[in-house]
Design a protein around this ligand. Structure first.
Ligand code: NAD
Ligand code: IPM
Ligand code: MN
Length: 360
């Protein structure tokens, strides 16, 4: 039996509601495929910040280091400024563990109605490859003359050849396993140093993949094309901020924030990778038991795949797809009345029951 040690950070808001459903489904698939998970919960959150003044202990990364993976819900809640909560927990983990790939599949599923009229499953199926270690998200900069009329904020973007090349290469490699098409998100008309540099690196790296069609769009029209022509895209690679924005746009075009999974990968496997949905803590619906757990559950499938458990990953995805296609149990965001727990239970049951997926 393969045994995995997983660090669980439910975090804030609906993170606490959807993570238990993800664990439920992963337990069901473990049973079926003769795997075992040992889960260790960490209460790192805004609530902890209120009590201790820190989102995580000073040695937080050392505590996480021995785990095979990190399974996270969402971080951030009113009462703690977002830049304090996120830079006190999620972003240090992504950076400290060199999780430089943020992988975000966007797929319209059977049984889900896209807000784009007439779009059918199969027509929207692309992956966002988001640079996850630098770019517009940086700690370089500062404030001067605070609270005076001369108040100044300076925020420096950082684009390194090392980080651009590795993320573009990752995107090209991924495209090779898919529809062999990679699209770069740029803004080299308006941003005169970092974006022309990004374009240069995209041209240099994508040239090494003659079998992969490479094109690029400025982020403004790319956003429009993702709405008007989502079927044009296969792999979309972008900087940290562009990839972030396109991720929520992607989730929207395939029906709900509650359906969008993500993986923060350290491809070299030198450190644990982190698996979380694209969405946040959704304070507007937190505590009501109505959040859609599908993104969190699907993220669990991405974790299984990263751990080398392809069959188990596939079984979880198939269970999600089957339930969404045919079950009347669905949460409000996708037109039903089910609770978070009912949705998790029906997917877990499907994992346990599904025929045609052979156990090892
Ligand atoms: P959000 O993703 O939390 O919510 C946006 C909207 O989508 C809300 O209306 C919410 O109800 C809905 N939604 C999100 N997930 C849903 C689900 N599973 N089921 C049904 N509806 C869902 O984004 P926000 O409101 O911008 O951010 C809220 C907090 O979360 C902030 O503190 C933000 O910084 C944080 N955040 C954290 C992460 C993360 O931990 N990775 C990601 C995004 C935002
Ligand atoms: C995401 C989130 C985070 C990000 C925030 C909460 C810092 O929006 O994971 O998409 O921008 O990386
Ligand atoms: Mn985001």
């Amino acid at each position: 039996m393969k045994a995995y040690k997983i660090a669980v950070i439910e975090g804030d808001g609906i993170g606490r509601e959807v993570v238990p459903e993800g664990v439920r489904v992963l337990e069901a698939v473990a049973h079926r495929f003769d795997l075992s998970f040992s889960w260790q919960n960490f209460d790192w959150s805004c609530e902890r910040y209120a009590k201790t003044g820190r989102m995580m202990p000073e040695d937080g990364l050392e505590q996480l280091r021995p785990f095979d993976a990190i399974y996270l819900g969402a971080i951030g809640y009113p009462g703690v400024p977002d830049h304090v909560s996120l830079w006190g927990l999620l972003i240090p983990i992504r950076r400290g563990f060199k999780q430089y790939v943020n992988l975000r599949p966007v797929r319209l599923l059977e049984g889900i109605t896209s807000p784009l009229s007439g779009r059918k499953p199969g027509e929207i199926d692309f992956v966002i490859v988001r640079e996850n270690s630098e770019g517009e998200y940086s700690e370089v900069g500062g404030r001067l003359n605070r609270n005076t009329e001369d108040d100044i904020a300076i925020q420096q973007s950082i684009f390194t050849r090392r980080a651009c090349d590795r993320i573009i290469r990752y995107a090209c490699e991924l495209a090779r396993t898919r529809k062999k098409h990679v699209t770069s998100a740029t803004k080299s008309n308006g941003i005169v140093f970092s974006m022309p540099f990004w374009d240069e690196r995209f041209a240099a790296i994508s040239k090494q993949y003659p079998d992969v069609k490479a094109d690029q769009f400025h982020i403004d029209i790319l956003s429009a094309h993702l709405v008007a022509h989502p079927d044009w895209f296969d792999v979309v690679v972008g900087s940290n901020l562009f990839g972030d924005i396109l991720s929520d746009l992607g989730a929207a075009v395939v029906g709900s924030m509650g359906l969008a999974p993500a993986a923060n990968l350290n491809p070299e496997r030198e450190y644990p990778s982190l698996f979380e949905p694209v969405h946040g803590s959704a304070p507007d619906i937190a505590g009501k038991g109505i959040a859609n757990p599908v993104a969190q559950i699907w993220t669990g499938a991405m974790m299984l795949r990263h751990l080398g458990e392809e069959q188990a990953a596939h079984a979880v995805e198939q269970a999600i797809f089957k339930v969404l296609a045919s079950s009347s149990v669905r949460t409000r965001d996708i037109g039903g009345k089910a609770s978070t727990r009912q949705m998790g239970e029906v997917i877990a049951e499907e994992v346990s029951a599904s025929a045609g997926v052979s156990a090892r």
